[in-house]
Design a protein around this ligand. Sequence first.
Ligand SMILES: [Zn+2]
Length: 270
Amino acid sequence: MLDLGNRVSIYQPEQPGLKFPEEPAFNSPEEQRLDRKKRLVAACRAFAVHGLDYGFAGHLTIRDPERPELYWTNPMAVHFEQVALSNLILVDHEGTVIEGDYAVNRAGFVLHAAVHEEHPDILAMCHAHSLYGTAFASLGRPLEPITQDACAFFEDHAVIREDAGAVAVEDDAGPRIAKAFEGVKAAVHQNHGLFTASRHSIDSAAFWFIALERCCHQQLMVDASGHKPIQVPPESARYSREHVGSEYIGWLHFQPIYQQLAARSPEMFQ
Ligand SMILES: [Zn+2]
Protein backbone atom coordinates (compact mmCIF):
# COMPACT_ATOMS: atom_id res chain seq x y z
CA MET A 1 0.00 0.00 0.00
CA LEU A 2 1.16 3.58 0.43
CA ASP A 3 4.37 3.10 2.26
CA LEU A 4 6.15 6.33 3.11
CA GLY A 5 8.68 4.54 5.26
CA ASN A 6 10.00 2.28 2.54
CA ARG A 7 12.96 4.51 1.83
CA VAL A 8 15.67 1.96 2.29
CA SER A 9 14.89 -0.44 -0.49
CA ILE A 10 16.58 -2.47 -3.17
CA TYR A 11 16.93 0.82 -5.06
CA GLN A 12 18.88 2.52 -2.31
CA PRO A 13 21.57 0.15 -1.07
CA GLU A 14 24.38 1.48 1.08
CA GLN A 15 26.66 3.29 -1.36
CA PRO A 16 28.38 5.97 0.72
CA GLY A 17 29.85 8.91 -1.13
CA LEU A 18 28.03 8.25 -4.39
CA LYS A 19 25.46 10.55 -5.95
CA PHE A 20 21.82 9.61 -5.42
CA PRO A 21 18.66 11.77 -5.35
CA GLU A 22 17.78 13.00 -1.89
CA GLU A 23 14.44 14.30 -0.77
CA PRO A 24 14.73 18.05 -0.21
CA ALA A 25 14.67 19.66 3.24
CA PHE A 26 13.41 23.23 3.74
CA ASN A 27 14.27 26.09 6.07
CA SER A 28 11.03 27.99 5.55
CA PRO A 29 7.52 27.61 4.11
CA GLU A 30 8.57 30.00 1.32
CA GLU A 31 11.31 27.62 0.24
CA GLN A 32 8.96 24.66 0.39
CA ARG A 33 6.29 26.55 -1.57
CA LEU A 34 8.75 27.46 -4.32
CA ASP A 35 9.92 23.84 -4.53
CA ARG A 36 6.34 22.51 -4.75
CA LYS A 37 5.52 25.04 -7.48
CA LYS A 38 8.64 24.15 -9.48
CA ARG A 39 7.81 20.46 -9.25
CA LEU A 40 4.21 21.15 -10.28
CA VAL A 41 5.49 23.03 -13.34
CA ALA A 42 7.85 20.17 -14.18
CA ALA A 43 5.02 17.67 -13.77
CA CYS A 44 2.92 19.63 -16.28
CA ARG A 45 5.87 19.75 -18.70
CA ALA A 46 6.31 15.98 -18.26
CA PHE A 47 2.64 15.50 -19.15
CA ALA A 48 3.31 17.43 -22.39
CA VAL A 49 6.34 15.24 -23.17
CA HIS A 50 4.21 12.14 -22.69
CA GLY A 51 1.39 13.45 -24.89
CA LEU A 52 -1.13 13.49 -22.04
CA ASP A 53 -2.75 16.74 -23.21
CA TYR A 54 -6.21 16.96 -24.76
CA GLY A 55 -7.18 20.54 -25.49
CA PHE A 56 -7.66 22.28 -22.15
CA ALA A 57 -8.48 19.05 -20.28
CA GLY A 58 -6.28 17.97 -17.41
CA HIS A 59 -5.26 19.42 -14.09
CA LEU A 60 -2.59 18.81 -11.52
CA THR A 61 -2.79 20.08 -7.94
CA ILE A 62 -0.50 20.40 -4.93
CA ARG A 63 -1.47 21.83 -1.54
CA ASP A 64 0.14 25.03 -0.34
CA PRO A 65 2.49 24.24 2.60
CA GLU A 66 1.16 27.04 4.82
CA ARG A 67 -2.44 27.11 3.72
CA PRO A 68 -3.25 23.43 3.05
CA GLU A 69 -6.86 24.31 2.22
CA LEU A 70 -5.54 26.02 -0.92
CA TYR A 71 -4.03 24.31 -3.98
CA TRP A 72 -1.57 25.33 -6.65
CA THR A 73 -2.72 24.20 -10.08
CA ASN A 74 -2.13 24.75 -13.79
CA PRO A 75 -4.06 27.57 -15.48
CA MET A 76 -7.05 26.75 -17.68
CA ALA A 77 -6.52 26.60 -21.46
CA VAL A 78 -2.73 26.87 -21.23
CA HIS A 79 -0.89 23.92 -22.85
CA PHE A 80 1.04 21.73 -20.41
CA GLU A 81 4.18 22.68 -22.34
CA GLN A 82 3.60 26.37 -21.59
CA VAL A 83 2.95 26.03 -17.89
CA ALA A 84 5.56 28.05 -15.95
CA LEU A 85 6.05 29.41 -12.43
CA SER A 86 4.61 32.74 -13.59
CA ASN A 87 1.23 31.36 -14.68
CA LEU A 88 0.41 28.91 -11.86
CA ILE A 89 -2.72 29.77 -9.88
CA LEU A 90 -3.69 29.26 -6.23
CA VAL A 91 -7.28 28.08 -5.85
CA ASP A 92 -9.66 27.33 -2.94
CA HIS A 93 -12.21 24.51 -2.48
CA GLU A 94 -14.88 26.45 -4.34
CA GLY A 95 -12.66 26.96 -7.36
CA THR A 96 -12.01 30.65 -6.66
CA VAL A 97 -8.62 31.90 -7.82
CA ILE A 98 -6.87 33.43 -4.79
CA GLU A 99 -3.56 34.21 -6.47
CA GLY A 100 -2.52 34.41 -10.12
CA ASP A 101 -3.76 35.96 -13.35
CA TYR A 102 -5.35 32.98 -15.05
CA ALA A 103 -8.72 31.25 -14.81
CA VAL A 104 -9.25 27.78 -13.33
CA ASN A 105 -10.98 24.85 -15.03
CA ARG A 106 -13.94 24.78 -12.64
CA ALA A 107 -15.62 21.70 -14.12
CA GLY A 108 -12.48 19.69 -13.66
CA PHE A 109 -11.53 21.23 -10.35
CA VAL A 110 -14.77 20.02 -8.70
CA LEU A 111 -13.37 16.50 -8.48
CA HIS A 112 -9.93 17.56 -7.27
CA ALA A 113 -11.36 19.82 -4.58
CA ALA A 114 -13.72 17.08 -3.39
CA VAL A 115 -10.93 14.51 -3.11
CA HIS A 116 -8.65 16.95 -1.29
CA GLU A 117 -11.48 17.89 1.08
CA GLU A 118 -12.43 14.27 1.82
CA HIS A 119 -8.80 13.17 2.29
CA PRO A 120 -6.70 15.69 4.26
CA ASP A 121 -3.70 13.37 3.82
CA ILE A 122 -3.73 13.68 0.02
CA LEU A 123 -1.22 16.36 -0.97
CA ALA A 124 -1.26 16.17 -4.74
CA MET A 125 -3.46 14.91 -7.56
CA CYS A 126 -3.25 14.48 -11.31
CA HIS A 127 -5.94 14.01 -13.93
CA ALA A 128 -5.86 14.10 -17.71
CA HIS A 129 -7.86 12.76 -20.64
CA SER A 130 -5.01 10.57 -21.83
CA LEU A 131 -5.52 8.32 -24.85
CA TYR A 132 -5.03 4.87 -23.37
CA GLY A 133 -6.34 5.73 -19.92
CA THR A 134 -9.66 6.99 -21.26
CA ALA A 135 -9.95 4.00 -23.61
CA PHE A 136 -9.24 1.55 -20.78
CA ALA A 137 -11.66 3.42 -18.51
CA SER A 138 -14.52 2.50 -20.86
CA LEU A 139 -14.10 -1.15 -19.80
CA GLY A 140 -15.02 -0.38 -16.18
CA ARG A 141 -12.55 -2.91 -14.76
CA PRO A 142 -9.28 -2.80 -12.82
CA LEU A 143 -5.82 -3.33 -14.27
CA GLU A 144 -4.62 -6.91 -14.10
CA PRO A 145 -1.22 -7.74 -12.58
CA ILE A 146 0.27 -8.82 -15.91
CA THR A 147 3.65 -7.04 -15.62
CA GLN A 148 5.93 -6.03 -12.79
CA ASP A 149 5.00 -2.42 -13.60
CA ALA A 150 1.27 -3.16 -13.35
CA CYS A 151 1.87 -4.83 -9.97
CA ALA A 152 2.60 -1.31 -8.63
CA PHE A 153 -1.17 -0.75 -8.86
CA PHE A 154 -2.28 -4.17 -7.58
CA GLU A 155 -4.98 -3.62 -4.92
CA ASP A 156 -3.85 0.03 -4.95
CA HIS A 157 -6.33 1.56 -7.40
CA ALA A 158 -10.10 1.91 -7.53
CA VAL A 159 -12.58 1.71 -10.37
CA ILE A 160 -15.17 4.45 -9.96
CA ARG A 161 -18.47 3.79 -11.69
CA GLU A 162 -20.48 6.71 -10.23
CA ASP A 163 -21.31 9.55 -12.59
CA ALA A 164 -19.51 7.70 -15.35
CA GLY A 165 -19.22 9.77 -18.48
CA ALA A 166 -21.08 12.77 -17.04
CA VAL A 167 -19.09 15.99 -16.86
CA ALA A 168 -18.73 16.65 -13.15
CA VAL A 169 -19.84 20.25 -13.01
CA GLU A 170 -22.29 19.74 -10.16
CA ASP A 171 -20.94 20.14 -6.67
CA ASP A 172 -22.55 16.90 -5.45
CA ALA A 173 -20.71 14.67 -7.94
CA GLY A 174 -17.33 15.31 -6.32
CA PRO A 175 -17.98 13.92 -2.80
CA ARG A 176 -19.47 10.70 -4.20
CA ILE A 177 -16.38 10.10 -6.28
CA ALA A 178 -13.93 11.23 -3.58
CA LYS A 179 -14.73 8.30 -1.27
CA ALA A 180 -13.11 5.86 -3.71
CA PHE A 181 -9.66 7.31 -2.98
CA GLU A 182 -9.56 5.82 0.52
CA GLY A 183 -6.15 4.18 0.89
CA VAL A 184 -5.30 3.98 -2.81
CA LYS A 185 -3.02 6.00 -5.03
CA ALA A 186 -5.02 5.87 -8.25
CA ALA A 187 -8.49 5.59 -9.73
CA VAL A 188 -9.95 4.69 -13.09
CA HIS A 189 -13.14 6.69 -13.59
CA GLN A 190 -15.32 4.70 -15.95
CA ASN A 191 -15.95 6.41 -19.32
CA HIS A 192 -13.80 9.34 -18.19
CA GLY A 193 -10.13 8.71 -17.44
CA LEU A 194 -7.40 8.31 -14.88
CA PHE A 195 -6.66 10.01 -11.56
CA THR A 196 -3.66 9.65 -9.28
CA ALA A 197 -3.30 10.96 -5.75
CA SER A 198 -0.24 11.24 -3.53
CA ARG A 199 0.21 11.62 0.23
CA HIS A 200 3.86 12.43 -0.46
CA SER A 201 4.50 14.80 -3.39
CA ILE A 202 3.42 16.04 -6.79
CA ASP A 203 6.47 14.15 -8.08
CA SER A 204 4.95 10.86 -6.97
CA ALA A 205 1.43 11.69 -8.24
CA ALA A 206 2.82 12.71 -11.65
CA PHE A 207 5.02 9.67 -12.06
CA TRP A 208 2.25 7.27 -11.07
CA PHE A 209 -0.04 8.93 -13.61
CA ILE A 210 2.52 8.41 -16.38
CA ALA A 211 2.99 4.83 -15.19
CA LEU A 212 -0.76 4.15 -14.99
CA GLU A 213 -1.30 5.45 -18.53
CA ARG A 214 1.51 3.14 -19.72
CA CYS A 215 -0.03 0.17 -17.89
CA CYS A 216 -3.40 0.88 -19.55
CA HIS A 217 -1.63 0.94 -22.92
CA GLN A 218 0.05 -2.38 -22.17
CA GLN A 219 -3.22 -3.93 -20.97
CA LEU A 220 -5.05 -2.85 -24.13
CA MET A 221 -2.23 -4.18 -26.32
CA VAL A 222 -2.31 -7.55 -24.58
CA ASP A 223 -6.12 -7.66 -24.78
CA ALA A 224 -5.93 -6.88 -28.51
CA SER A 225 -3.46 -9.69 -29.11
CA GLY A 226 -6.23 -12.19 -28.48
CA HIS A 227 -3.96 -14.16 -26.15
CA LYS A 228 -4.64 -14.69 -22.49
CA PRO A 229 -1.84 -13.11 -20.45
CA ILE A 230 -0.25 -14.90 -17.55
CA GLN A 231 -1.18 -13.17 -14.32
CA VAL A 232 1.31 -12.57 -11.54
CA PRO A 233 -0.08 -14.52 -8.54
CA PRO A 234 -1.64 -12.26 -5.87
CA GLU A 235 1.06 -12.91 -3.25
CA SER A 236 3.85 -12.01 -5.70
CA ALA A 237 1.88 -9.01 -7.01
CA ARG A 238 1.53 -7.69 -3.44
CA TYR A 239 5.24 -8.23 -2.78
CA SER A 240 6.14 -6.39 -6.01
CA ARG A 241 3.77 -3.54 -5.16
CA GLU A 242 5.47 -3.07 -1.80
CA HIS A 243 8.85 -2.80 -3.53
CA VAL A 244 8.06 -0.96 -6.77
CA GLY A 245 4.80 0.83 -6.01
CA SER A 246 5.48 3.00 -2.96
CA GLU A 247 5.22 6.76 -2.77
CA TYR A 248 8.99 7.00 -2.38
CA ILE A 249 9.61 4.92 -5.49
CA GLY A 250 7.18 7.15 -7.44
CA TRP A 251 9.09 10.19 -6.19
CA LEU A 252 12.43 8.57 -7.11
CA HIS A 253 11.21 7.72 -10.63
CA PHE A 254 10.30 11.37 -11.16
CA GLN A 255 13.78 12.72 -10.29
CA PRO A 256 15.45 11.98 -13.66
CA ILE A 257 12.38 13.44 -15.40
CA TYR A 258 12.65 16.60 -13.26
CA GLN A 259 16.40 16.97 -13.80
CA GLN A 260 16.12 16.48 -17.55
CA LEU A 261 13.30 19.03 -17.88
CA ALA A 262 15.04 21.56 -15.62
CA ALA A 263 18.19 21.30 -17.78
CA ARG A 264 16.30 21.45 -21.07
CA SER A 265 13.72 24.13 -20.25
CA PRO A 266 15.10 26.44 -17.55
CA GLU A 267 12.62 29.13 -18.67
CA MET A 268 9.81 27.15 -17.04
CA PHE A 269 11.03 28.39 -13.67
CA GLN A 270 10.41 32.04 -14.57
ZN1 LIG B 1 -11.78 14.96 -16.82
